[in-house]
Design a protein around this ligand. Structure first.
Ligand code: FES
Length: 154
């Protein structure tokens, strides 16, 4: 409470205004409800974006890569992808760009994918770095095989 005699010349007392309440809702519950709603909207937006961005594309036939081999493909509707065939019936898909300076990988040596720019190498099965100067392994894509089709989820 404050006295305003010195301000307006009348003797009155003021008090803090009482909190306005909506029946059934407090300010706190309204804010909590709004936050939950916004979070739900944000989550659904992210989920729908991820689902829209994810697509499966048949990249090649299983016979297109011999066991122990690899090849780079540029599928229609996708992005360039490097498919390896490290063991019979096992296919892997990676970004075909070296993680050192984003140069396309040049070849394969044993179980390593090789970058000719500065000599980095990556395991054909895992994409992990087996020789520097690449700082990280190759980004991976999910691969499924259906019949004789190698399908990559982008
Ligand atoms: S760009 Fe591949 S090792 Fe440098």
């Amino acid at each position: 409470m404050t006295n305003c005699t010195d301000v307006c010349g009348t003797a009155c007392e003021t008090t803090a205004p009482a909190e306005t309440k909506t029946p059934g809702f407090t300010r706190r519950s309204l804010l909590r409800t709004a936050a939950i709603g916004l979070a739900a909207l944000g989550m659904s937006s992210v989920a729908s974006t991820a689902m829209a961005a994810s697509k499966k594309i048949t990249v090649c036939k299983t016979t297109a890569i011999k066991v122990g081999g690899a090849n780079i493909f540029n599928p229609k509707g996708g992005v360039p992808v490097l498919i390896t065939h490290p063991k019979a019936g096992v296919f892997r898909a990676f970004s075909p760009y070296c993680t050192h300076q984003q140069v396309p990988l040049a070849g394969i040596s044993g179980t390593n994918l090789v970058c000719n720019q500065h000599g980095a190498s990556f395991n054909t099965d895992t994409g992990k770095v087996t020789g520097g100067p690449a700082p990280t392994g190759l980004p991976k894509y999910t691969v499924t095989v259906s019949g004789t089709s190698v399908i990559v989820t982008f």
